[in-house]
Design a protein around this ligand. Structure first.
Ligand code: PHE
Length: 339
């Protein structure tokens, strides 16, 4: 009989469940009025005296084993229920995490950075609030120069020397002041112009300007660099350099790419011509180099600047520039796949 009780102790020790009904069945089997323990206690009387001691010990061991087991499992199940109340069901599968999306301006800006990084350009940045020297004067635009009117400027009223930069050419000046040629750098950033807001232009927009200074740089180098860029960015290789004027470059040109006229948005963005101006470029004016302590007899170079919004509008077929700044999540969510 003692062996039988020992078997039951083994059974009670090994028992495990997470289910309340199974636990109750276990309790009834061992500890209820008609349970195994009571049966053994009833038999205690008929056990011979010399075995009573050992019998009593094992039967008590069985009782403790069964009671401890029930108590342990009850506590475990209760603690689970408590944590359910605080944290929810800890065993349920995880909810999908809703990820954000990059802004289309950032996506395009990063692509431009990558494309130029592949041909050795680094990235330089500068302040959005600029002084007159870096935004105008050093770029061959002395005070009262009529070309200052080409870019309507936001001045800080109390101090005409402080303004919101109208282009990131200001960063190029800072870069040339602090670095010796050869220079290959692009300057992405936000710029500000006091212009009427419409579907095609805004008073805040983004540029990526590039600067290349070395010995014996030619206009052909500039053209080839822009061609490489348009091929990588748009998969198109038809560009047009239209003679133009910028005070900081000579000769200067506007960069147009041929986009075609496949969709209504193409018509709208290119004003029905299929061509879109994406920026300006030219050979850096010797005066600019001089202003930045670079000897123009030794070095020359080219510069260009492209508008990020224009490029994003073409790539993503966005007909209205204002969409970029409204931050409507229905618009932004559409760029999740483009990261
Ligand atoms: N800074 C000019 C602009 O914002 C663009 C440009 C950059 C033109 C470099 C020529 C060379 O309009």
């Amino acid at each position: 009989m003692i062996d039988k009780i020992k078997d039951y102790i083994g059974e009670a020790d090994a028992f495990t469940t997470e289910n309340k009904e199974e636990l109750e069945a276990f309790r009834i089997k061992f500890l209820s009025k008609k349970g195994i323990l009571n049966e053994f206690f009833a038999e205690f009387k008929s056990v011979p005296n010399d075995q009573k001691k050992e019998f009593g010990q094992v039967i008590n061991a069985l009782k403790t084993a069964a009671e401890d087991k029930v108590k342990g499992i009850v506590e475990l199940l209760e603690s689970r229920e408590e944590s359910k109340g605080v944290f929810g069901d800890l065993t349920r599968s995880a909810e999908p995490v809703i990820i954000g999306s990059r802004h289309p301006i950032s996506i395009v800006k990063n692509q431009i950075i990558d494309i130029f990084a592949n041909i050795g350009f680094n990235v330089s940045e500068g302040p959005e609030i600029e002084d007159d020297w870096h935004n105008f004067t050093a770029l061959n635009l002395p005070e009262y120069h009529p070309a200052r009117d080409m870019q309507d400027t936001f001045f800080i009223q109390t101090n005409p020397d402080v303004l919101l930069r109208t282009h990131t050419s200001s960063v190029q000046v800072r870069y040339m002041e602090n670095n010796k040629p050869p220079i290959r750098t692009i300057s992405p950033g936000r710029v500000f112009r006091n212009e009427a807001i419409s579907s095609r232009s805004h008073c805040i927009f983004h540029q990526v300007e590039g600067l290349y200074i070395d010995k014996d740089v030619s206009f052909a180098d500039l053209k080839q660099t822009l061609l490489y860029f348009t091929k990588e960015m748009f998969g198109k290789s038809k560009i047009r350099l239209r003679p133009s004027y910028f005070p900081f470059t000579e000769p200067s040109a506007e960069i147009d790419i041929y986009w075609g006229l496949k969709t209504e948005t193409d018509y709208r963005i290119t004003k029905g011509t299929g061509w879109l101006e994406i920026g300006g470029c030219g050979m850096v004016d010797p005066n600019v180099l001089k202003n930045c302590d670079i000897n123009p007899d030794e070095y020359n170079g080219f510069a260009f600047g492209v508008g990020v919004e224009r490029i994003a509008m073409l790539l993503y077929q966005i007909g209205d520039i204002r969409m970029f700044y409204e931050n409507d999540v229905r618009f932004l969510e559409q760029f999740k796949a483009s990261i």
